[in-house]
Design a protein around this ligand. Structure first.
Ligand SMILES: [Zn+2]
Length: 470
């Protein structure tokens, strides 16, 4: 029996106990947005790591909630993996939509239901249990491991970049693994090499000092909502193309290997259409499904506000209006540059409209041929019997740029949760099969790293000196 086989046999025997301990772990609320249970949750995670893994877990302060950091090693010549997760959860409201209370974990149909169980507690707990299994069976770990748990992911990670800069030395690793999000919709395991970035902004129009009678002043006083509608119409055309000058200049198109991996991803557009209830896919029509989510920026109007929104009619010319928008950014784009393009566009087409930038997060992309990916692929194949799907980027945004840019490390998403985990929604859950498979994949990843020799030369594209910090 190999070292890994012994660990996996132990995991099988412990399955019942692991699920019971997961339920204890998620019973503790940790709602960062509402500042509920955060200290207790951080202490709970620290105690588990220190007592069960033989690693010394530290609670390190930030300007907000603390980060947990634990390190094993160094074993010379062995690679170091940095595993990142977050112990905070989304607010559980609306309570009445939960079939069982959000912090009273309940098993139904082979799933554990609780707030935060999929996003992200069961996923980082799977890594913790895999380490524990190695420690219990062999008294040590086969490679170097750094565990990092953040407490502010669900409120936008405002202190993560600062923390990573401050503790750069303690976070010195060869690559980063983040188990968050979910398996591919087809149920197959997937490895994501990055994610899109994000910017948000508001457009404010004022065309008078007060609303006016639409008869007495109709055709005389300009309408603030029309000002915004016309401006927005110059930013994206009816064919679906964003028409802001310069916006696409930074975009790095997919490499041949990214192209090939993307073309191999299964798509069930009909399932997406029936879930969301839309008839025709958004324009432009001729774009492959995953190209839309990975290789093209978006411009979304999140809300358009102004005038009378109550019952019945009110014959009024609105003097003020505002729009809330977001954009998803793709590889190569920076929030600063994109915001400048939008600001210039607004200034050119509607100089009286005020542009108010809000948030910005850069995109992140690890090269698809990164040698570290082979460890993850090997681990998935050892446990699942087949290779994972390779996804160049997530459509959504995560703070991975902090690792890929500030630390200059190849960063991978290796999700364990089921696609219908209902994260951020009522009845959040994880299937027990997915949780157990996550523990096994994590154990196999450590084994794969243990069999290898540390690569001495880093990929030059990930040399921190070659990258702006950011
Ligand atoms: Zn989340």
């Amino acid at each position: 029996m190999s070292d890994l086989e012994a660990v996996l046999a132990h995991v099988d025997v412990q399955a019942h106990d692991y699920v019971a301990r997961l339920m204890e772990y998620v019973r503790q609320p940790s709602i960062s947005a509402q500042r509920i249970g955060m200290d207790e949750a951080a202490m709970l995670a620290c105690d588990i790591i220190s007592e069960r893994l033989g690693m010394e877990a530290e609670l390190l302060p930030t300007a907000g909630f603390p980060c947990i950091l634990a390190r094993h090693g160094p074993i010379p010549d062995k690679p170091t993996v940095l595993i990142y997760g977050h112990y905070d959860v989304q607010p559980p409201e609306p309570y009445e939509a939960w079939l069982s209370p959000p912090f009273e974990p309940t098993i139904r149909n082979g799933r554990v239901y609780a707030r935060g169980v999929g996003d992200n507690k069961a996923q980082h707990f799977a890594h913790i249990l895999a380490l524990e299994a190695w420690h219990t069976v062999h008294g040590s770990f086969p490679c170097n491991v750094i565990l990092m748990l953040e407490g502010e992911e669900e409120v936008g990670s405002p202190n993560l970049a600062g923390f990573v800069r401050e503790h750069r030395e303690r976070l010195a690793a060869d690559f980063v693994v983040i188990s968050d999000g979910h398996l591919h919709e087809s149920g197959q395991p997937v490895i994501c090499f990055g994610n899109r970035g994000f910017v948000s902004f508001e457009l404010h129009a004022r065309t008078g000092s007060r609303d006016a009678h639409s008869g007495n002043f109709g055709g005389v006083m300009p309408n603030a909502i029309w000002s915004l509608v016309h401006l927005l119409g110059t930013m994206k055309n009816a064919d679906g193309y964003i028409t802001i000058a310069g916006l696409h200049d930074q975009v790095v198109p997919p490499s041949n290997r990214e192209r090939a991996a993307t073309d191999a991803l299964p798509v069930d557009l009909g399932a997406v259409q029936s879930t969301l209830g839309f008839r025709a896919i958004d324009r432009p029509e001729d774009r492959p499904y995953y190209d839309r989510l990975m290789f093209h920026p978006t411009l979304t109007i999140n809300g358009l506000h102004g005038g009378y929104e109550g019952e019945g009619s009110k014959a009024v010319i609105p003097a003020t209006a505002f729009a809330k928008c977001d954009m998803r950014l793709v590889s190569g784009q920076t929030p600063e540059y994109v915001m400048r393009c939008v600001a210039d566009h607004v200034h050119a087409f509607a100089p009286d409209v005020e542009f108010r930038p809000l948030q910005g997060t850069p995109p992140a992309r690890t090269p698809i041929d990164s040698p570290y990916a082979t460890y993850l692929i090997e681990a998935v194949r050892a446990v699942c019997g087949s290779k994972p799907l390779i996804q160049a980027s997530l459509g959504a945004t995560l703070p991975t740029h902090v690792f890929s840019t500030i630390l200059g490390l190849p960063t991978f998403l290796l999700p364990f949760a089921n696609a219908d985990e209902a994260n951020h929604a009522p009845n959040e859950n994880i299937s027990i099969d997915c949780f157990m498979s996550g523990i096994r994949i994590s154990a196999a990843l450590f084994a794969a790293l243990g069999r290898s020799i540390r690569m001495t030369r880093k990929d030059p594209s990930h040399d921190p000196d070659n990258l702006r910090s950011g």
